[in-house]
Design a protein around this ligand. Structure first.
Ligand code: CO
Length: 505
């Protein structure tokens, strides 16, 4: 191969790594801001962050990158589409196009409108006043349509937005899978609602000492494979996971002395994200080959550990006796079955972030359908509350009391994040499909959980998913790992089996 092609490739990679250095510095500042930074430091911190963002953008939009990519795309380095070189060239091209195709004026207009819209949304939500937010949302929808036009799409603007979070995924595919999922879910939720078995969730709202919660949560995160020697667990308001570089992936949670589950399941969720980041290929750090696939695949890891493992019977066979040791005076009189039922309480509720494993998906399906309709122009922004309330009643069987408990509850739209919501349910679907495959391939997987051994599953995930970085797009990764395209069936099968048994259906 021509020597100059290798040289050009190395220059491309060197630039990618420089950008990663800048972005990881920005991530340290961001982590600090969300955990320990004194509040009055916020103004100067914003300046620091903006400086690094500008520097990163400047490096990422350098025309030299475009020239190098064009040369490399005509070289044998892309012959094998899943080779390290081809993957890096493909993904750096993707990123470069996204950074350069949107005119500066549009980026600035979006940034300005976001700030205004956020403030309007906070006010509108606290007054449950949709009309006060409506003009801002209308502007953001218009801006996102313009952005989609700049980026380009095959079928509809929504595809360009979705592609930002779930590369390669289209609205058509998502709609097809979600539609099939919806009817089954609505029926399952109704059947659970009609079951005479009602969990006593008050046992999870007793006094759970926060210091003891910390001990228990850390032990659980370490048991499933989160490496504390290359990470930390800190406290924040809105929990997140952040990778700051090789050997430094940090997770966060929040504690409530009257909630057993919030911190624990939150910690398992973030540990799931953390385990993914901790097991990306270190040698490829700073290049796409060493990065996670997509938001949906990332979420599949967190939700697998939080729900499929963390809310399972075998997991608690091991951990419930330990929970009783850590909280002896609190859980003494609680039988295993009552505890297990309580952590798997399913009931329709208005707020997405408080929803259980089953109804959660209906919250997402509802949002996806509305987003698709208003991005297409089939639904006027002013008609969102009416459409929301009508569909909510249909899917959940309860009427929405007001917009604060309805279409105003989430921050996403006020930030212009259209196309983001589907990644949550895609995460659940990927998780169930991967998990079914892991169970088929690992002998006695759940018996291992029951004795506190989670390394079989963790290693399977590292081998099949984490170590590949961005080698495959999500759709291909699912096919490669499970032999099947993404479907709602594994998730529905899992939910039916677990909750059918729990609720005696
Ligand atoms: Co998550």
């Amino acid at each position: 191969m021509a020597e100059d092609i290798i040289k050009i490739y190395n220059q491309l990679i060197e630039r990618s790594k420089q950008i990663a250095v800048i972005n990881s510095c920005a991530a340290v500042l961001e982590w600090d801001e969300q955990t320990y930074m004194p509040r009055p430091a916020a103004t100067y911190r914003a300046e620091q962050s903006a400086f690094l963002a500008g520097l990163s953008h400047e490096k990422a939009t350098d025309p030299a990158i475009g020239e190098r990519l064009s040369a490399l795309e005509a070289s044998p380095l892309i012959d094998d589409p899943v080779s390290d070189t081809a993957v890096n060239i493909r993904e750096i091209r993707r990123e470069y196009d996204r950074e350069t195709k949107i005119p500066k004026e549009l980026v600035e207009a979006l940034s300005r409108e976001r700030t205004l819209s956020q403030n309007a949304w906070i006010e509108a939500r606290s007054n449950s006043d949709f009309p006060a937010f409506e003009p801002h949302l209308d502007t953001l929808v218009g801006l996102q349509r313009e952005i989609a036009d700049c980026l380009g799409y095959e079928k509809e603007p929504y595809d360009a937005l979705l592609d930002n979070y779930e590369p390669g995924m289209t609205a058509e595919t998502v709609k097809q899978i979600f539609d099939a999922f919806k009817d089954d879910l609505v029926n399952l939720v109704a059947a659970i609602g009609n079951s005479p078995r009602k969990p006593d969730t008050s046992i999870l709202q007793r006094a759970y000492d926060i210091e003891r919660q910390k001990v228990f949560g850390q032990a659980a995160a370490a048991a499933i494979g989160y490496d504390f020697s290359a990470g930390r667990l800190d406290i924040t308001e809105h929990p997140f996971t952040t990778g700051l570089g090789p050997n430094d992936v940090r997770i966060t949670t929040r504690y409530d002395a009257r909630q057993f589950g919030q911190a624990l399941f939150g910690t398992l969720h973030e540990a799931g994200h953390g385990i993914y980041d901790q097991n990306l290929a270190d040698g490829h750090y700073g290049t796409p080959r060493g990065e996670s696939v997509s938001l949906g695949i990332h979420e599949s890891q967190s939700r697998m550990w939080e729900n499929l493992v963390g809310r399972s019977r075998p997991f608690w066979k091991h951990f419930y006796p330990r929970a009783k040791q850590v909280f002896p005076d609190v859980l003494n009189d609680v039988a295993f079955e009552d505890f297990y039922l309580a952590i798997n309480d399913v009931r329709p509720s208005f707020i997405r972030v408080e929803a259980d494993e089953v109804t959660y998906n209906l919250h997402i399906l509802l949002r996806f359908e509305l987003e698709l309709a208003f991005m297409r122009g089939d639904l006027a922004v002013k008609d969102i509350p009416g459409a929301w309330n009508e569909n909510f009643q249909k899917y959940f069987g309860i009427p929405v009391p007001d917009d604060a408990n309805g279409c105003l509850q989430d921050v996403h739209w006020s930030f212009g994040l259209m196309g983001y919501f589907p990644t949550y349910t895609l995460g659940n679907l990927y998780a169930a499909q991967f998990y079914a495959q892991a169970k088929a391939q690992i002998r006695n997987l759940e018996d291992q959980f029951a004795v506190g051994n989670f390394s079989g599953l963790k290693e399977w995930l590292v081998t099949n998913i984490h170590s590949h970085g961005k080698r495959y797009h999500a759709e291909d990764l699912v096919k490669t790992v499970t032999g099947q395209p993404l479907s709602h069936e594994p998730a529905m099968g899992y939910l039916r089996e677990k909750f059918g048994e729990l609720y005696g259906l």
